[in-house]
Design a protein around this ligand. Structure first.
Ligand code: MG
Length: 218
């Protein structure tokens, strides 16, 4: 079983579902040729896709193009069902750093056929995830710098202030569809600058005061 940790409080949560937003930063939607959506575009990763700091991403043999996407991760601490946006942040236990590993070639083939994305987004090791900091330690989750480097070379450098759908609206929307439970995680989308990694590369992802991940690609 995969676990989300908040070292500062000693809390641990068995990871439940991981609900992810696509196209939540306009510039990233444009770089992939997608329209900016009216409503959040959602998909899920299984808990089995999570790896921790220092563990390696293993690119499946059925892909030739694996991309990184650094994302702010939101850990749910209390059950939320049809929660209003103005109460939504009360459900958040903490914030962390995630990389939404994506098999772009496979995803593009699936998109062209109108098929779901799980095999492009949910394979084993597709969700590198840091420890979490308590929600109370993050003054403003919409004022965080998100960075990702490959082999020390900067590739993504964005700010969570550019999110199209903000965290209260995201939680309100998702909890109207899926009950959110303690240990569920939301990945809030990636800023521009996504690109490919290959075996032998090392990714470092960092989000402001929230944390940092070093993830090799095997
Ligand atoms: Mg993503």
């Amino acid at each position: 079983m995969k676990t989300a940790h908040i070292p500062a409080t000693g809390q641990q949560f068995p990871i439940g579902k991981i609900v992810c937003l696509a196209r939540n930063y306009a510039e990233h939607a444009r770089e992939l040729g997608n329209e900016t959506p009216a409503a959040p575009v959602l998909f899920m990763k299984p808990a089995s896709s999570v790896i921790g700091d220092g563990e390696a991403v293993l690119i499946p043999a059925y892909s030739q193009e694996c991309h990184y996407e650094v994302e702010l991760a939101v850990l749910i601490g209390t059950q939320a069902r049809k929660v209003a946006a103005d109460k939504a942040l009360e459900c958040v236990a903490g914030y962390g750093v995630a990389i939404d590993m994506t098999l772009r070639d496979v995803q593009n083939q699936l998109k062209a056929k109108g098929l779901p994305w799980e095999i492009a987004k949910g394979f084993d090791s597709a969700c590198p995830l840091s420890d979490f900091v308590p929600a109370a330690a993050v003054a403003d989750p919409h004022n965080l710098n998100l960075k990702l480097a490959v082999n020390g070379e900067g590739r993504q450098n964005g700010t969570s202030s550019d999110m199209i759908n903000r965290i209260p609206q995201i939680i309100a929307h998702i909890s109207g569809i899926f009950t959110l439970e303690p240990g569920d995680i939301i990945l809030t989308g990636t800023p521009a600058g996504v690109g490919q990694v290959c075996a032998g590369d090392v990714m470092t992802a960092e989000i402001g005061s929230v944390g940092r991940l070093t993830i090799p690609v095997a």
